[in-house]
Ligand binder design. Structure first.
Ligand SMILES: Nc1nc2c(c(=O)[nH]1)N[C@H]1C(S)=C(S)[C@@H](COP(=O)(O)O)O[C@H]1N2
Ligand SMILES: [Mo]
Length: 232
């Protein structure tokens, strides 16, 4: 086994341990405890209606963000800070990010404004891999995600650690375009798309929940598409 294999194996083991810690909570989330489907890609729709309630399918991917000016992010300038309630905070650059185990998945993207983009092929790094790398404190229970445009969004770890929550750099075989959050954005297929920050810059682990940009402005804190859980 070479160094890279060993490093990968350590990360995978840490990831499994971390997920075991949060497993009970994960199994209690609506998408896993509910008889209704998860909405995370064809395989996870469990033969249920293809679209969550109140959603319609779009073939063309709309662009939706705050529209505020900010310094464009390039692979060269990309930095991802992972810190807060963790033992080993880290800042990943483009090379460091790509040196992590890569993951591919097909999932759906549900925007609260009622469009859904179905069967998107993503490539990136699992959130849980990055979490395993920094070793969250035993009391860490939430993350606040910060983006380069000043956007923030929050997630409980039992949602963020799901297998399909990714930091993606590739979409249907192409580099993720800047208007969709490239070079790297987060996706949360089992939750509405506002939970996935474009131009992700920092993952802050927290003991206590802190609402993000839309969560402070009346969007649901939990954001479950299959429960039509849009506003609070
Ligand atoms: N950094 C950042 N991320 C963001 C937003 C934003 O304004 N800034 N908007 C969110 C919202 S409300 C949605 S619906 C999706 C839209 O992603 P898209 O523009 O790629 O369709 O990004 C989410 N992530
Ligand atoms: Mo949105």
């Amino acid at each position: 086994m070479d160094d890279r294999d060993e490093k990968f194996q350590r990360i995978v083991e840490a990831r499994l341990k971390l997920r075991a810690r949060y497993l009970d909570k994960m199994q209690g989330t609506p998408s896993l405890s509910d008889a209704r489907p998860m909405g995370s890609g064809a395989a996870n729709r469990h033969g249920m209606p293809k679209l969550p309630p109140g959603q319609h399918e779009t073939k063309k991917w709309p662009v939706l963000d705050l529209g505020v000016p900010f310094e464009p992010v390039t692979p060269e300038s990309f930095r991802l800070r992972v810190d807060g309630a963790v033992e080993a905070p880290v800042t990943l650059d483009w090379k460091g990010f790509h040196a992590l185990p890569q993951y591919e998945d097909v999932s759906d993207f549900h925007c609260v404004t009622t469009w859904s983009l179905m069967d998107v092929h993503w490539k990136g790094v699992q959130f849980s891999t990055v979490a395993a790398l920094v070793r969250p404190h035993p009391k860490a229970a939430f993350v606040l995600i910060h983006a380069s445009d000043g956007y923030t969004t929050n997630l409980p770890l039992e949602e963020a650690l799901k297998d399909d929550v990714l930091l993606v750099h590739t979409y249907n075989g192409q580099p993720l375009p800047p208007e969709h959050g490239g070079p790297v954005r987060m996706i949360t297929p089992q939750l509405y798309a506002w939970k996935g920050a474009k131009w992700i810059q920092r993952i802050e682990f927290l003991q206590h929940d802190q609402p993000g940009f839309w969560e402070r402005r009346g969007y649901s804190n939990t954001a479950h598409p299959w429960r039509d859980d849009r506003y609070s």
